[in-house]
Ligand binder design. Sequence first.
Ligand code: AHG
Ligand code: MN
Ligand code: MN
Length: 334
Amino acid sequence: MTVTLGQYLAQSGADPSLVDLLLALTGGCERISAAVRRGAAGDIMGALESENVQGEVQKKLDVISNEILLEACAPAARLVAIGSEEMEGIHPVRKLGPDGGFFLLFDPLDGSSNIEVNVSIGTIFSILPAPTSASEREPIEADFLQPGRNQVAAGYVVYGPQTTLVLTLRAGVRVFTLDPVTAQWLEVNEAAAIPPETKEFAINASNMRHWAAPVRQYVEDCLAGETGPRGKNFNMRWVASMVADVHRIMMRGGVFLYPWDAREPNRAGKLRLMYEANPMALLVEQAGGASFDGFGPTLDAKPVSLHQRVSVMLGSKAEVDRLQRLHADALQPA
Ligand code: AHG
Ligand code: MN
Ligand code: MN
């Protein structure tokens, strides 16, 4: 029997106010999906004059998606505040108090460079517990700075040939397709499970000359194929939308890397810890995979700021273990 998202959430045992928030959020994603599908027929294409806090030019759809999600989620009963790639500071919704509640973080539109070329894009989200406070007070950014391990739920929506929601409530990973006929999220796929072994890796190889030695070694070993140290041939894929690259890994395994590189040595990586790496790391772990930030499991990193960047390596367990070993070996004195 096909299960709808609403039925799954109702039977999941999750806190009803978390269910309320997830339904509001996925309702927002339905609206983004509709905007994406209108494409050039709606007024969603192109760049704006503005830049976000990371100094990146904002696309119209980045801003539209952010506004849709803010509006959709604000009524959720125990949502305390929102952090977003497209907003410098946190967006308070209500005061913190003795009841705690939830913080929501999102990358409203991931893969912005693919909007105009009609390639898969997505939304990534992370939900953290809001601390309780004996007396009522405004939430502050420091309240958000919790390791990814604390996430109570995480997920993404891919706006591709199909609109697909991939969600974890920390009890495995469930996959729902937005059926355009019934306008329902239907669980028609198997639950996601990442095989430990793979022959597929995803990295922007144009940055190869800037990589650190362990990453370069890892990729060189893959490229060497059957006659190299791995003894098998690998395939390479790179969509340039993290959501789409991770979705492929969720469905058939693989490893995704956006590592630190020497282009900007003082920047930990390109991707953002709190609303890109952490939600994906939880999903990947819950599907049997692993993640690594160059030092340890991504989910154990203690954030120091809302928009901090991180080196990302995640996917099939055996590959992430290999990357960890290569990094550890590089630290050994020769
Ligand atoms: P965003 O569109 O939210 O800024 O994220 C883009 C990210 C990520 O989705 C993707 O994996 C990566 O940027 C692509 O980077 P390159 O352009 O270096 O390939
Ligand atoms: Mn992104
Ligand atoms: Mn984005």
